[in-house]
Design a binder for this molecule. Structure first.
Ligand SMILES: [Zn+2]
Ligand SMILES: [Zn+2]
Length: 127
């Protein structure tokens, strides 16, 4: 792995914020001022291909990068907030339904987060 790759991996592993490439770039600039954004993208792609990181794509917002630990995601349809949540493992149930072993799955659950629910409760109650 390149020095930049190591630094990028470090930034993502030490954050719980599901950073975008731009946010990683800004953090990395503090230790590697000569870094350019395309280098960050290249390294992120390599790290994802190697399974060191995982990419989380959400419609309408830039891709985020995440630790490759086993967990699921909750996405607020109102404010776009992304949070980690570990649901009961579905691997067995999914492969039973498929009738074949599966490698992995990617679960994203959409909801309205508690703070949006509070803010918009009036709106939602009237629907
Ligand atoms: Zn929300
Ligand atoms: Zn996550």
């Amino acid at each position: 792995m390149t020095q930049n790759g190591k630094l990028i991996l470090d930034i993502v592993m030490n954050s719980n914020a599901h950073l975008t490439a731009e946010q990683i770039f800004l953090q990395l600039k503090q230790t590697a001022p000569k870094i350019v954004l395309s280098t960050v993208y290249n390294n992120l792609n390599t790290l994802c291909e190697q399974g060191m990181l995982r990419k989380v794509s959400i419609e309408g917002s830039p891709d985020r990068y995440d630790k490759n630990t086993k967990h699921d995601h909750l996405v607020c349809k109102q404010c776009g907030a992304l949070s980690d949540k570990t649901f009961a493992d579905l691997t067995e149930s999914l492969s039973a339904q498929l009738g074949e072993p599966i490698l992995s799955y990617d679960l994203k659950v959409n909801y309205i987060c508690p703070s949006c629910r509070k803010k918009y409760s009036a709106t939602y109650l009237s629907i």
